[in-house]
Design a protein around this ligand. Sequence first.
Ligand code: IP8
Length: 264
Amino acid sequence: MEKIAIVKIGGSVITYKAKSGTPTLRKKVLVQLARELSFYSGFKKEKIILVHGTGSFGHLLAKKYQLGNLQEKQKDKLGVALTRQSVQKLNSSLADIFLESGCPLFPLPPASLIRQKNGRIEFFDAEVIELLLTLGFIPVLHGDVVVDKNSQFSICSGDQIVSYLSNLFLAERVFFLTDVDGVFSYDPKQNPKAKVIKEIKRKKLPAIIAGINNQSSFDTTNSMKGKLSEIADIKCDVDVFNGLIKGNFLKALKGKRVGTRIIS
Ligand code: IP8
């Protein structure tokens, strides 16, 4: 198999989180990212798996129906179905935009491939992903609500999917597009002196994770802290950068450093 790169586009990059009530797409950003990926795919051969977060399409409903609560063993069936439907709509809009740019996306609903136990992936039928890569497609997955052996259903974040697949397929590169410039020395939303850390050795991650206490009230999968915990399990180099800045995605795909690089 050729080299594999896994790209995670954060929910905060492709949806507006702050607008209360109605999930809203950041269409302009999606169009820009699709163009950059299409341009890259045009000149370099590298297999790509795309994973996206769910932002306001997933987390508002997941919170409403307490789908992140592993102690709740009787999940609201309609709540599960409505949340899934909402993230499918986001996935479908994203696929429309990338297809229009000429990227051969192949959406795969994670809930049909994954079973969890206590909110962690226990089984992942990933064979079809491998076949699609061989056939030249870009499989696209997303955060989802999946069956769980212990709590009926649980949330499987896009970050967990990236971490799992990167190790399964021995990915060479992993990219996380977020709404901040990388991993900061302090919380940039609270401390103006916060600076992006250019490079982090993986073994230093546990200390950095322990220092973050910004549990988001919006995000049922715990924002940067959750992201770094998943990244800690990835074996290859990982770039975390701002996906809202035009050109960053293409630069990163071309191997330039934008944001933070986590190395072994
Ligand atoms: O947006 C969460 O996935 P994420 C999935 O990747 C749901 O954290 C349904 C909230």
